[in-house]
Design a protein around this ligand. Sequence first.
Ligand SMILES: [Zn+2]
Length: 166
Amino acid sequence: MENNERMVNKIKEGIVIDHLPSGSAFKILSLINNIGKHKGRIAVLSNTKSSKLGMKDIIKIEGKSLDYGEMSSISLIAPNATICKISEYGVSEKHTVSIPDKISGILNCSNMNCISNNDVEAIGDFSTISKDPLILICNYCNTAMLKEDILQKLNQKPFSAQNSNK
Ligand SMILES: [Zn+2]
């Protein structure tokens, strides 16, 4: 971690998302709401050495915290990720993400005939039936979503949280 710290200046307030699978950082950044409009500094360290993982990615975002949906999305791609909250240049909170038992509002069903894809009021709603390997079941149509399906759907921006006019 020391070498990595030297590559990027410390941030005063914000988050560090660590222990990401090598090469996953850019995908994870794309899952954070409105990241393109974020005013604080963002640092991505990709393919950096890790004692635990061999190689890993790290993201630092100044002036940002994560909401539940963002943390759930990250957990699906990086189940071993740790999220450190930074206050006054130090770590004030640290937690490991965990894949929730219920996943709602961040993912659409891969079955295009599913009611959740055809009713504007419905949001994607899944139950986690296995975390390793990752398997989710749609609560509307019982379609199973495997990791590849989930990664593909996560690339498409979730429609519910983003398009809300409230
Ligand atoms: Zn479905």
